[in-house]
Each structure stands twice: as structure tokens, then as C-alpha cells.
Design a protein around this ligand. Structure first.
Ligand code: NOJ
Length: 741
């Protein structure tokens, strides 16, 4: 349809039909031939409005989607197809590593390819829109949703935001692409105390400098939808925040796509205490130019009276409806309302060899080797290996937001090892439970995911497992512990104040470690953990996150040296939980702990822990060792409109080839406002053969130096800068230059 036809369509709709386009309901409303009555009553929504609903939440599967769409179109007066939207965050049936892991690949092209596969699989199942990417900047590991983000850095998240949107949307080919909905706008990743849904409050400068750019990068990449976040921004909940939604998103950034709320966020304006009731809440959201109401009856029941009372304007309503119609048109739904949904294609695509290969590659690139004392890894050929722990033979490797992931396809560690090794070289046992029974109680239920307990119920079973683990440890040359968080301990509403490994697991390790000749700790978790106590007790640590469908294969590839680890952390691992939020690019303070002229007592520090994290942003080990040298800068003065070059030599001095993530940071020495001690401004991932050297070049332009100045102008200020290029945010060479305008 062209714009004129869309306008004609809009003008032919009744007020109720228009409102219908702005409502999104979930699966239970679409259970049978007739719309389901129970949920309607629960939500307090009329049958007429349910019939007019414009979009569906989290219903997938070609069979079901086709049936719902067909029935809907038969009944509908204007034959405007339903939109099917779902949480397809890091995979559909084939699951890729969680985004926090994918970030560690520092490979946006890889992530783009993962999303292309995901888009194809999900299209076959009838999806039109994915609620992804999630690009919230995350600096507080207590927050369970760190797992959904690529990490703590604004620049890196922006790079990934673009890649992810491009991967999902491509050129909108039906059957191969999804419209992407960036979330959670804005600053949802900074809740006070790390408690989900809690207050977010920060200066406008910090918001614009550090939290908004990744959403903007998604919008600039052509992202079709934006989701409002649950939290407040400057004491106004995002869903009612017209400054954030209208002024910044729509007017400043020029976003003309669909703005959808997060789940029930309009009704929650009442609990927030900014709306008297649902009607007031609907008024605030509509006036903030929020288009679709996800899963409340506020728009359905309140927009008409609000219009009649003149408290919202007919233009606002029309603009919102037109945006939804344009999205449906962009997706080609008026021509083909099923858009590639097909049971046959679903079967062909789901978990295809191509998808699994990419999932394995993605996991290999994403996992981070944190420690490798005495070159324990890769494992020597012919070693006797004991694999022990609740993740040794466990298919729960998908993480919480892989809600459609096919768990039955997940390759466990045990399976992957047994494909390579015979029982003389490989033995496995569970050893201990993931959590003690009291901790399971606190987890609560999470729709798609159940808190299955492991099988060690009786004391006798537990003692037997412990003995078996000790026997295996005595037998083996190396003990591999497969430990971590329960899936439900991270993800939405998965905030924690204790970031250590569950105590039942550490107590178990203490009992087995004395018998281990060498030990490797594999970690499965959705956030950085505090590893300070355990770090000195094991030889090697591999951070596996939740690695997805091919996790078992990828981990074994790395352990056996069939692949060389190259993942680098994108979120700092705290030394102690009291340090969080902790991130590499903070400000100096007036009393920096290392360089202040004040006596130590009066510097900015903790009495009982270092200021630094245990493992910093950008950190990760490999089986090769690279040396960085000869950092040179083409000119010590950068003039406006020109660029200078920084070059560095990277040499692989070992006998194995491997990937290096070469990171560029910049520090603005003096600003009209305080500036971070360093900021990532570029990176290159390069492969170096054994013994190979490469010279890498980074272009430095004025654009890299811009920030929100004292007057809130986004520009670079003249003066001195330091430039760091190296292996991590704490391991680099330094050069200096000056900006002259
Ligand atoms: C709530 C979550 O915050 C959001 O990320 C998700 O997309 C919606 N629910 C829909 O399931």
C-alpha cells in the first residue's frame, strides 16, 4: 500500500477499530476458535475490543499463528492483519549464547549472522516482530537482566545494537526478516540497588552520554519499534515521560516508528503514583506518544472516554494508529498476512546444521578464559578427565530469555566429551546439587521456565555422589568442575545481593579439591560473579555463561585445544559485591586512590577491598600470548576536520595461532565537566598465526572526542588527550596528543 492508501484505510476506521490497533494481548486470549472468555474477564476488557486487537504477544508456531490470523481476518471488517510479536532475543529454536556472552566475542558481524538465522527460524514460526535487541548499559551485576545486554560500555553496546538490528531486519525480505524492537528505553539497566523494576535516577548529562546512545544507534540502524522501560527517568516513569518519548526519541532523533510499552507498564503508572487510575494512566501514555499498550485494558477501555472529554486529541490517536498500519505495511502483511509462516519450513530450519554450526562458533568466540595457571588448559592429550558438577550433564544451557529454545537439542558437556573420549579417559558425575532446597523456594515461577530440582534428594544420594566425585578426582589427572547459577537466578526479576557461587557448590568443591591433581572451573551464569575466594583454589577458570544449543561442543573444543579462547569480558567482575556498580570508565574523583596527594586514609577507596574489579572490562586470556609494542601516533596535534593515525604492533610470540581483540581507549585530560578516566573508542579483532606480527591502524578524529559539555553542547574541547591501545581496559600502551581547533 502507498501512503495515500494507508491514510484512506486509517480514515475508514471507527474509533473502536483505531483503538484496537493499539492493543496487544497475549496467547491466552487466542486459545480456541472463539476468543477466550476467562482472560477477557480478568483483564476487564470487552469481547468487542478483543476482536479488534491489533497485535498478539508471544504466540508462535506456524500452525497456531496461521489459524489465529485466518480466523481473525475472516471476522475483520477491514482485513487488517494481526501483528505477531515475541521475545526472540538470542535465538528461536536454535539458541545462541546469551547476549552478555555474545558481547564477549567483540564480533558484531558474527552476532549479525546469528540474528539472521534467528529471524529465518522465527519467521517460519509466524513471528513478525522481535522484542530485541536489549541494549541497556549494565554496570551492576546484582541486576539479573545483565545477561540480556552486551555489557557495561556505551560504545560497544551501540556497535552491537546496530549489528543486531541489521541482522534481524535485513532488507525486510518476507520469510527472512523480523522487525526489531529495541528495549528498554531508557536506562532500565541502572536500577538503584540492582533491584529489578526499581527507580533509576541520574543527571541528564549522564543519561545522554552513557545510557541513551545504544538505543539511538538502534534507531539510526532503522529499528522499527522501541519499547518503553518500566523504570522512572527523572522521577517520571518512562511510559509517561513525554520528554523522553516525544522530545528526545521522536523529535530529536526523528524516530517515526512504533513505540510499545513494556508488559503492563501503562497500568503500572498507577502503582508508580503518577496516575490516579487507568484512565489517567492511558492519558499520560497517549500524550507521551506511546502507541501500543502491551497487555493492559487501559487503552482499550479508556481512550474513547478520554477522546470524548477532549483529554487526548484525535490527531494523537490517528498518528499512533497510522504508525502501526505503516509497520504492518512495511512488513508486507497486507499482501501476505502469513509472511513465511510454514510448518514445513519450520521443520527444515529449526536446529538445522547451518544454525547449529553458527551457534557453536558463536559460543567458541564468546567464552572467556579468566585464569589458566600452569597452562592447565588446553588439556593434554591422553589425560584422564573427571567432569563433575550440576552442569556436567545438564541441558539447561540456554539461559532465561531463550523462551522458545529447543532444550532437547542442547548438547551437554558429557555428551560432547563422550563423542571424543572413551571411558578410560573420561568419567562424569553430578557430584552435588545446583542449589540447596531453601534457595529453590525463593526463585518463584517464571512462565516458561520451571524450577526443576536435580535428583539428589536424600542424604544417602548426596553422600554417594560426594564419594563418587572423590573417587573420580583421585583417578583423574584433571578435575573439571561444571558449576554455576540456576537459570532462574538471573534474567527478569532475577536480582541478587550475593554474587558468589551457590554455597552448596563451593562447600562441595572444598571437599573434592584436595584430591584433584589439577582443576578447572567451568562457570554457567547470567551475570558477573564474585570469584575472589574460589579463584586461588583452582588452576583454570573458563567463563561459559549460558552458551546455548551447542554449548557442550564449544566448551569441549576450547578445553581440548581444538579452538583457542578469544572472548574478552564486556562487564567487570567485582572483587567484592560491595563495589557494585563497578565499571572501567568512571570519573577520577578529587582524591584518586593512587595519585592523590592526600594521605592514604583520605583518598577515595575501600578499607577492605581494592577499588579495582577482580577481572576488568576487556580482559580475557588465550592459549597464545601476544605482545603489544611500537605504539606510534602520526601527529601529536589533531586539528578540527582532520584525522591522525595511531599504529601499534601486535606480535603472537607463541606456537599457536589465535585472535586478539585490540582495544583503543581515550582520556580527555581536562574538560569543562569531569571526564571518564578512559573510554572505549574503537577495537579490532585480528587473527595472528603462530609467530605472526601485524601493524594495526586506528584513525583518530574529532568525533571520537565529543561529549556533552558544560553547556550541554555535544562537541570536543581543545586540549590534551591520552590514548591507550592494548589487551584490556587495564593492560595497554599510552600515547598523547592535543586537539587544536
Ligand atoms: C517484560 C520484559 O521486560 C520485556 O523485556 C519483554 O519483552 C516483555 N515482558 C514481553 O514479554
Amino acid at each position: 500500500m502507498n501512503d495515500t492508501q494507508l491514510l484512506e484505510l486509517l480514515n475508514s476506521l471507527s474509533v473502536e477499530e483505531k483503538i484496537g490497533q493499539l492493543i496487544q494481548l497475549s496467547g491466552e486470549f487466542f486459545n480456541t476458535g472463539a476468543m477466550a472468555v476467562g482472560p477477557m474477564q480478568k483483564l476487564g476488557i470487552s469481547e468487542e475490543m478483543v476482536q479488534l486487537t491489533g497485535s498478539v504477544l508471544n504466540v508462535l508456531g506456524a500452525d497456531r499463528v496461521i489459524q489465529i490470523q485466518q480466523e481473525y481476518l475472516e471476522r475483520s471488517r477491514h482485513k487488517i492483519p494481526l501483528l505477531f510479536m515475541a521475545d526472540i532475543v538470542y535465538g528461536y529454536k536454535t539458541v545462541f549464547p546469551i547476549p552478555l556472552a555474545l558481547g564477549g566475542s567483540w564480533d558484531p558481524d558474527l552476532v549479525k549472522r546469528c540474528n539472521q538465522i534467528t529471524a529465518k527460524e522465527a519467521c517460519a514460526a509466524g513471528a513478525h516482530v522481535t522484542f530485541a535487541p536489549m541494549v541497556d548499559v549494565v554496570r551492576d551485576a546484582r541486576w539479573g537482566r545483565c545477561m540480556e545486554s552486551t555489557g557495561e560500555d556505551t560504545y560497544l553496546n551501540s556497535v552491537f545494537a546496530k549489528a543486531m538490528v541489521e541482522g534481524f531486519q535485513g532488507d525486510f525480505t518476507p520469510g527472512e526478516s523480523l522487525a526489531s524492537c529495541v528495549k528498554h528505553y531508557a536506562a532500565y539497566g541502572a536500577p538503584e540497588g540492582g533491584r529489578d523494576y526499581n527507580t533509576v535516577d541520574m543527571s541528564e548529562r549522564r543519561l545522554r552520554e552513557e545510557y541513551l546512545p545504544p538505543y539511538r544507534a538502534a534507531v539510526e540502524a532503522g529499528c522499527e519499534l522501541v519499547m518503553t522501560s518500566f523504570n522512572t527517568v527523572d522521577e517520571i516513569p518512562a511510559t509517561a515521560n513525554s520528554w523522553l518519548m516525544d522530545e528526545v526519541l521522536r523529535q530529536e532523533w526523528g524516530f517515526d516508528g512504533v513505540l510499545i510499552t513494556d508488559y503492563a507498564a501503562i497500568a503500572e503508572l498507577v502503582a508508580h503514583g503518577v496516575a490516579e487510575d487507568d484512565k489517567d494512566a492511558a492519558r499520560l501514555a497517549m500524550n507521551a506518544s506511546v502507541d501500543i499498550d502491551m497487555k493492559t485494558s487501559c487503552y482499550a477501555n479508556q481512550l474513547r472516554p478520554l477522546l470524548e472529554e477532549g483529554r487526548i486529541s484525535p490527531q494523537k490517536l490517528d498518528e499512533a494508529v497510522l504508525r502501526v498500519l505503516k509497520l504492518k505495511n512495511r512488513l508486507g502483511l497486507f499482501e501476505d498476512p502469513f509472511r513465511g509462516a510454514s510448518v514445513v519450513r519450520e521443520q527444515e530450519l529449526n536446529n538445522s546444521t547451518e544454525s547449529k554450526d553458527l551457534s557453536r562458533q558463536a559460543a567458541i568466540q564468546s567464552l572467556v578464559l579468566l585464569q589458566n595457571a600452569n597452562e592447565t588448559l588446553p588439556l593434554s592429550k591422553g589425560s584422564k578427565i573427571a567432569l563433575i558438577g550440576p552442569y556436567a550433564d545438564n541441558q539447561d544451557l540456554n539461559g532465561l530469555w531463550a523462551v522458545y529454545g529447543d532444550k532437547s537439542q542442547v548438547v551437554t558437556l558429557k555428551t560432547a566429551f563422550e563423542e571424543l573420549l572413551s571411558p578410560e579417559h573420561f568419567q562424569c558425575t553430578q557430584g552435588c546439587e545446583l542449589l540447596d532446597s531453601d534457595s529453590y523456594e525463593g526463585l518463584g515461577d517464571f512462565g516458561f521456565f520451571t524450577k526443576e530440582q536435580t535428583s539428589l534428594n536424600s542424604d544417602e544420594d548426596k553422600a554417594k555422589e560426594l564419594n563418587q566425585a572423590i573417587e573420580l578426582a583421585k583417578w583423574a589427572d584433571v578435575v573439571i568442575f561444571a558449576m554455576g547459577e540456576h537459570t532462574l537466578q538471573s534474567g527478569e526479576a532475577g536480582s541478587r545481593t550475593d554474587l558468589s557461587l551457590p554455597s552448596i557448590q563451593t562447600a562441595f568443591m572444598e571437599q573434592v579439591l584436595p584430591w584433584a591433581k589439577k582443576s578447572v572451573l567451568l562457570l554457567f551464569n547470567g551475570r558477573p560473579l564474585v570469584l575472589t575466594d574460589i579463584q586461588g583454589k583452582v588452576d583454570a577458570i573458563l567463563e561459559c555463561w549460558f552458551p546455548g544449543t551447542e554449548g557442550g561442543h564449544a566448551i569441549v573444543d576450547l578445553l581440548m585445544g581444538h579452538a583457542n579462547p578469544s572472548g574478552r569480558l564486556t562487564m567487570s567482575f567485582p572483587y567484592a559485591v560491595g563495589q557494585v556498580p563497578i565499571y572501567y570508565n568512571g570519573f577520577s574523583t578529587g582524591r584518586p586512590s593512587k595519585t592523590s596527594t592526600h594521605s592514604v586514609r583520605f583518598t577515595s577507596r575501600y578499607l577492605d577491598a581494592p577499588n579495582e574489579p577482580l577481572y576488568p572490562f576487556g580482559y580475557g586470556l588465550s592459549y597464545h600470548t601476544a605482545e603489544y609494542s611500537n605504539l606510534e601516533i602520526s601527529n601529536s596535534v589533531l586539528r578540527s576536520g582532520e584525522s591522525i593515525e595511531a599504529t601499534i604492533k601486535v606480535h603472537n610470540r607463541s606456537a599457536v595461532g589465535g585472535d586478539e581483540v585490540v582495544q583503543l581507549y581515550i582520556r580527555d585530560k581536562v574538560g569543562s565537566v569531569v571526564r571518564p578516566v578512559k573510554e572505549l573508542r574503537g577495537f579490532q579483532k585480528v587473527h595472528l598465526q603462530a609467530g605472526e606480527s601485524k601493524i594495526l591502524t586506528f584513525a583518530i578524529t574529532e568525533d571520537l572526542l565529543k561529549f556533552h559539555t558544560k553547556e550541554m553542547r555535544f562537541e570536543a574541547e581543545e586540549g590534551d588527550f591520552e590514548l591507550y591501545i592494548g589487551k584490556s581496559s587495564e593492560d595497554y600502551l599510552t600515547a598523547v596528543f592535543r586537539l587544536e581547533k
